[in-house]
Design a binder for this molecule. Structure first.
Ligand code: 8GT
Length: 134
């Protein structure tokens, strides 16, 4: 299967070590599941540029590519595509995340991440964050 979809995602972490999750709204694929902010990389963008743009569009916050550190990645075979999703971590940003696209946002403690159903691709990312932030 060579149909790779490249998506960037961000673990946004606050001063309390909580992680921001966004719940996908009704009507979208995987509706109701909680995910990391991010999205598809567009033509001509670096992964970091893509994420800076997505964080502005989805949450209304401003950050810089230098404030995004690579953490881990997801590689998962969905039925229609194979998702390759680098996960960055960001602790430095300006503004307060506010839903710009009808999502619900929630700051979640690392030990509570399992209480929020996530897409299957995200499952292996949870222990990485828990190890890092505990
Ligand atoms: N942003 C984000 N996307 C994820 C995560 N986990 C995961 O499987 N994905 C998948 O990666 C793709 C993200 O693309 P996107 O955010 O630009 O997609 P979208 O909501 O506009 O549209 P879609 O309805 O076409 O899937 C989706 O297929 C989504 O299901 C995650 O933690 N964050």
């Amino acid at each position: 299967m060579s149909n790779i979809l490249l998506v960037t995602a961000c673990a946004l972490v606050d001063t309390d070590n909580r992680i921001l999750l966004a719940q996908r709204p009704e009507g979208k694929s995987l509706a109701g599941l909680w995910e990391f902010p991010g999205g598809k990389i567009e033509q001509g963008e670096t992964p970091e540029e893509s994420l800076v743009r997505e964080l502005k569009e989805e949450l209304g916050i401003t950050t810089q590519t230098a404030c995004l550190a690579p953490l881990t990645f997801a590689s998962y075979a969905y039925e229609k595509f194979h998702l390759l999703m680098p996960l960055f971590i960001c602790r430095k940003f300006e503004g307060i995340p506010m839903p710009q696209e009808n999502q619900t946002l929630k700051w979640v403690r690392p030990e509570k991440l399992r209480d929020y159903p996530m897409p299957p691709a995200d499952e292996p990312l949870i222990p990485v964050l828990q190890d890092l932030l505990r």
